[in-house]
Design a protein around this ligand. Structure first.
Ligand code: DC
Length: 228
């Protein structure tokens, strides 16, 4: 079973993906870490992360094991990752690795921005995870402060809006829900409640015939957009 989890920054998709993977005993890939690793390599090697050719070369040889995850999770690397992720050549260089991971025997859980649309359009279950921008900023602020980063609540909110806008506006594989994704609004949910809701959705959808547009459109309409 392939579970594709996409959504906005700090919506809770990463935690959800990890916990769903543990629940279903599936391997998990946080694809954001790949873009973060490319950005961190570019920073470490003094490569301009707007240089598409050089960044694509870094992406082609990216090795997550070489990085300290804490370093990758920082705010500076996150912002740079959003920039390198807008480069088509970087996305193409990372495609095969992600696709293979998704297609491994037994299935997998992947989370990112384009899993349900580009990497695994054939996923058995697609979730789109979102929360209000204020709640996401609150979570991100707590996370970064907990990591010892000197940030203000206002700067975190501004950076989050900037990243959302850039991730959604890029030409290549922009962040967006797949047409057949089920929306999970985590604004008022604890991580445990989010996991419970996601498991309910997975149970209801696994093994179901894929692509039933009428039902999916109705499910999507029934879910209020978090920031509306
Ligand atoms: O999920 P994250 O915050 O770790 O992702 C870091 C950046 O990488 C994010 O701003 C957008 C980009 N990204 C992407 O474009 N496609 C993915 N599948 C995952 C992440």
């Amino acid at each position: 079973m392939i579970i594709a989890i996409d959504g906005t920054t700090s919506s809770g998709k990463g935690t959800l993906a990890k916990r769903l993977a543990a629940h279903y005993r599936l391997p998990h890939l946080d694809t954001g870490l790949l873009y973060r690793a490319v950005a961190a390599s570019a920073i470490n090697k003094g490569i301009d992360f707007k240089d598409e050719r050089e960044c694509a070369l870094l992406a082609a040889h990216v090795e997550l094991a070489e990085f300290d995850e804490r370093e990758l999770r920082g705010a500076g690397v996150g912002a740079a990752a959003s920039v390198v992720a807008s480069l088509g050549a970087v996305r193409r260089a990372l495609f095969d690795l992600q696709r293979k991971f998704a297609q491994q025997e037994g299935g997998a859980v992947l989370d990112g921005r384009d899993i349900g649309t580009v990497i695994a359009p054939d996923a058995d279950v697609k979730l789109w995870v979102d929360a209000s921008v204020e709640e996401r900023a609150r979570r991100r602020f707590a996370e970064l402060s907990g990591m010892g980063e000197k940030v203000t609540a206002e700067s975190v909110l501004d950076q989050l809006k900037e990243r959302d806008a850039r991730d959604a506006a890029r030409n290549d594989a922009p962040m967006k829900p797949a047409d057949d994704a089920i929306w999970v609004n985590t604004t008022l949910l604890t991580p445990d409640q989010t996991v419970a809701k996601a498991i309910e959705i997975v149970e209801a959808h696994k093994g179901a015939p894929k692509k039933a547009p009428a039902k999916k459109a109705a499910a999507k309409r029934a879910t209020k957009k978090p920031d509306a």
